[in-house]
Design a protein around this ligand. Sequence first.
Ligand code: 13P
Length: 250
Amino acid sequence: MRKKIVAGNWKMNKNLSDTKVLLSELKAQLAGVSEAEIVVAPTYVNLYSASEALKGSGVKVAAQNMHQAENGAYTGEISADMLKDIGVKTVILGHSERRAYFGETDALLVEKVNTALKHGIKVIFCFGEELDDRKSDNHFNVVESQLKNGLFHIDAANWKNIVLAYEPVWAIGTGETASPEQAQEMHAFIRSTIEKAFDATVADEVSILYGGSVKPNNAVEIFAKPDVDGGLIGGASLDAESFAAIAKAI
Ligand code: 13P
């Protein structure tokens, strides 16, 4: 059975003091929530303290990005080994903000995915169409090509370390979420695309999260869809009460 996952992508928010407060509130609010795996992704500088603070809580810590090289002269970058060494075993790759503002291409993501998998780091792989793609009815093609170009080179055995996050760009931070039907339609398409490229077991086992303006008041309906296995939450993950409410919506 594939896992239900609710992950919070904190983006460039929360300094160390704020991080400590939010994590302690989250631990209290999420105690007893066992229906979903809970993941939080604070900014790099707070990953170590987050991973220490969450030891034994069951809440996992993810990085928001990672460099593809093992080490070396890459000023400002962070390696897979550095993440693993501080207890971080999950990384978000391919977020639309990384693609749009930092020029991350499918080819670069292939390298990053390979490095993460080589180190046994689980990848939350993000992709999703822009508004123009949807308006021109090109959204399935865009999603299919992002998946193929970024992930379809891996072995079937490696899919156990992949979580997919479908995040339509037009729904991120806009307050305009995909309807539960739109999310389900795309998630079913993603699963069938994976089944064609790999097999039914891989497709059935992979968790596909929805991201884009998920809030406590829309999470229940979205998560109720059969191919939606949880969410990648931005803004609403910055408040313990709303993130816990979303986690409980699973
Ligand atoms: P919002 O929930 O703020 O729309 O952000 C979604 C997102 O980008 C998560 O990675």
